[in-house]
Ligand binder design. Structure first.
Ligand code: CTP
Ligand code: CA
Length: 232
């Protein structure tokens, strides 16, 4: 019954969530990618929808099924993800950038397969930087009321990890940063997560560990507390 449902405290909010990992094509059969499964972003979309939000999920190569009820926009490359996020953000109150966006793409997209006999034992690839979608969105006017970034860091020392997070949120210009430590068997492509949420001042406003769904709800709690006005 109704009593089993959680709070509908995001009713009326329009939330855009990016999830998954982008792929940057090299030639018709190959790409540069990353190990993101999309689980954390999908959990955010599921949790936000359950709490009453209208959700657009910009999805890059999810390894898990997208939740029911969301407006799904499938993309592949960082540039496609940027276009989809920018378009959806025009009418959004909240944007959460959970996607693992490729920092670089091949400078040249080959129309035919790269052949082994073109090179000796070493193939050198030229890569160019992709635009920083989160920083661009945060600097735009008008912009969504609340913008949340993620930072995946391999730093093991907790104090140094926090310092990296504080530096990153200052550089990005977003309102909150979800900081988590990643490694070969931690944080990325896993079932659970362990995060802290920083605000613009670099203060810790929430901490959570557990399933990606419970972590998602802790992140959404911060957004609810921030009390964004409706877009309209
Ligand atoms: N991000 C983005 N556009 C990019 C790269 C990253 O919008 N071209 C977003 C990610 O979705 C994430 C945040 O920026 O929300 C931080 O990503 P991260 O990879 O941790 O930081 P970078 O700024 O790319 O720095 P680096 O990888 O060198 O640590
Ligand atoms: Ca990066």
């Amino acid at each position: 019954g109704l009593a089993l449902l959680g709070p509908r405290d995001l009713a009326g909010r329009r939330i855009v969530i990016s999830a998954g990992g982008t792929r940057e094509p090299l030639d018709p059969v190959r790409f540069l990618g990353n190990r993101s499964s999309g689980r954390q972003g999908v959990a955010l979309a599921e949790a936000a929808w359950a709490r009453g939000a209208s959700v657009t999920l910009v999805a890059a190569h999810l390894e898990v099924p997208p939740p029911a009820g969301v407006d799904l926009r499938s993309v592949s490359t960082a540039l496609e993800l940027q276009a989809a996020v920018q378009d959806a953000a025009r009418t959004a109150d909240v944007v959460i950038m959970a996607a693992a966006v490729a920092d670089y793409r091949p400078a040249e997209l080959r129309t035919d397969k790269i052949k082994k006999d073109e090179t000796g034992d070493t193939l050198r690839l030229d890569l160019v930087k992709n635009p920083d979608i989160l920083a661009g969105l945060s600097a735009a006017t008008p912009r969504p009321a609340v913008i949340v970034g993620f930072a995946a860091e391999t730093e093991a020392d907790p104090a140094a990890l926090l310092a990296l997070g504080r530096h990153k949120i200052a550089r990005k210009g977003c309102d909150y940063l979800v900081l988590n430590r990643v490694g070969w068997s931690q944080g990325i492509a896993t079932e659970s997560n362990d995060i802290v949420v920083l605000d613009r001042r670099g203060d810790i406003v929430n901490e959570a560990s557990g399933t990606k769904l419970s972590v998602a709800n802790s992140i959404l709690d911060v957004i609810v507390r921030a009390g964004t006005p409706d877009h309209h």
